[in-house]
Design a binder for this molecule. Structure first.
Ligand code: AMP
Ligand code: ZN
Length: 114
């Protein structure tokens, strides 16, 4: 069994509220939502972060971003706007070392982030 919680969600060992799924990507609700809509978009294959990506991951990375925009459309965020965030490593605030994009919306987002 994988030690990575997001790999375990992909494997179906940990339940998640799935918003969207295809061969390469999974989108599910964040259990500690920071906005009315807070979905995580992850690759099904384990990659630690954007910093772990290689040239050969180009297509996967663009697929994940397009999946974020699909999720935003499904959640009716496209018109009002939304934010896509990916945290990398300790200073980036990453707590789960499996690449994920946060899709946040349904409220106004402040800038700069904390
Ligand atoms: P980050 O801090 O950028 O690594 O984001 C990790 C996110 O994963 C946090 O927003 C957590 O609330 C979320 N999270 C952790 N465990 C789970 C889980 N089992 N299901 C859904 N979201 C989770
Ligand atoms: Zn993983």
């Amino acid at each position: 069994m994988s030690a990575c919680i997001f790999c375990r969600i992909v494997d179906g060992d940990i339940p998640a509220k799935i918003a969207l799924e295809d061969e390469q990507a999974l989108a599910f609700e964040d259990t500690n939502a920071q906005a009315p809509v807070h979905i995580l978009v992850i690759p099904k294959r384990h990659i630690t972060s954007v910093d772990d990506c290689r040239e050969s991951d180009q297509a996967l990375l663009s697929h994940l971003l397009l999946t974020c925009s699909k999720v935003a459309r499904i959640k009716n965020l496209a018109e009002s706007g939304y934010r896509i965030v990916t945290n990398i490593g300790a200073d980036g605030g990453q707590t789960v070392p499996h690449l994920h994009f946060h899709v946040l919306g349904g409220r106004h987002m402040a800038w700069p982030p904390g």
